[in-house]
Ligand binder design. Structure first.
Ligand code: FAD
Length: 321
């Protein structure tokens, strides 16, 4: 059954986040041959429309307004609801990012719709669109189908492969004028605390440190390894609580959820709350002095040793490749 599906692109610092393209791939599956309409919301985002088309969107609807420069729930929900009312889609997909996690439940409530959140896979099986999502802090997966009404989902970054970029693809980009009013909050300025080279939630490689790293300076060797691998640095809550690094790096139940291709855990014991944020990583390498550490139970490769010896050796070896 062909459907019209809206896919919300996510803009950060003037560029599209990769999850936008992953959402298009999910939208294509849900559309089953129907139309995928990308939605871009911001103050100056129209020029990004072509990238959404190159990654598979059939059409782009842009809502531009000075008041949408920075994300607010009120502003973005007014913009997205206006597009939804104009387009009347049968499906909606967003990234399961900080923005998507905030915006999608509000939209679902306004539309009185269900929402399947944090999906790691979407497939067509037995005539249904089947969503797979982790439950019990990543210990199990459940499959969901929507039998009635809007097919509304958020997808976890780094799990669904975007379509091949094709710059010869063409599509229309149109603007929808939306009056944004009664904002209860206004973001005046965004101050980023950590200097994020690679976005932690979208990184293909994450090098994470725990209390075993012992100091803020100790994280330098992790940064060097992450740089060589083109990855991002993350941390356990133990390391954040000890003020070795900023809480924006925390991975886990109360931090960020990551699913990189490679996760290198350094001096992290593997508490269940930490595993909730990383256990679905594709390959997990654990470096820990304690051979009984729980992190080895989820690791594909375990190195029992002192991270201050092992990490610099890994960095040197990777530099040779
Ligand atoms: P530790 O448990 O102290 O482990 C340090 C490890 O380093 C040890 O295994 C040790 O053997 C190893 N080590 C020490 N020195 C070296 C060395 N030189 N070389 C190699 N290894 C070494 N935690 C999170 O991470 N994320 C969350 O989101 C989170 N949410 C929580 C929510 C709640 C409600 C609660 C109660 C807790 C939460 N926690 C969370 C905390 C969690 O329970 C653990 O306390 C925390 O993950 C421990 O951090 P750690 O592994 O860095 O420290």
């Amino acid at each position: 059954m062909a459907r019209k599906v809206l896919v919300v692109g996510e803009v950060r610092e003037g560029g599209l986040r990769n999850v936008s393209f992953e959402a298009i791939a999910a939208g294509k599956l849900i559309a089953e041959g129907g139309e995928v309409v990308a939605v871009l919301i911001g103050d100056s985002v129209k020029e990004l429309g072509n990238a959404m088309i190159h990654y598979g969107a059939d059409r782009v609807v842009v809502v531009e307004n000075d008041q949408l420069k920075n994300y607010t729930t009120d502003g973005y929900s007014q913009a997205l609801l206006a597009v939804i009312h104009a387009e009347n889609p049968e499906g909606i997909v967003l990234g399961h990012t900080a923005l998507g996690k905030d915006l999608s439940p509000k939209i679902a409530a306004k539309l009185q719709s269900g929402l399947v959140s944090d999906c790691v896979d979407v497939e067509v099986a037995g005539g249904n669109i089947v969503f797979t999502r982790p439950i019990y802090s990543g210990k199990a997966f459940e499959k969901k189908i929507i039998t009635d009404g809007l097919i509304f989902a958020t997808i976890r970054p780094n799990n669904i492969t975007p379509l091949e970029k094709d710059e010869s693809r063409a599509g229309t980009i149109s603007t929808l004028d939306v009056e944004i009013k009664d904002l209860r909050s206004v973001i005046k300025e965004v101050v980023r605390k950590a200097s994020e080279g690679v976005d932690l939630t979208e990184a293909k490689v994450v090098v994470a440190g725990g209390r075993g790293v012992k100091s803020a300076e100790g994280f330098n060797i992790l940064r060097e390894l992450a740089d060589v691998l083109g990855g991002a640095v993350g941390a356990s809550r133990g390391a954040c609580d000890a003020e070795y690094c900023d809480y924006s790096l925390q991975i886990g139940q109360t931090g960020k959820v990551v699913t990189p291709d490679l996760y290198i855990a350094c001096g992290i014991s593997g508490a269940i709350q930490h595993l909730a944020g990383m256990s679905n990583s594709k390959v997990i390498v654990a470096i820990n002095k304690d051979p009984e550490a729980n992190i080895f139970n989820v690791a594909d490769y375990g190195i029992v040793g002192d991270l201050f010896e092992v990490v610099p050796l890994l960095t040197e070896e990777f530099k040779k490749i």
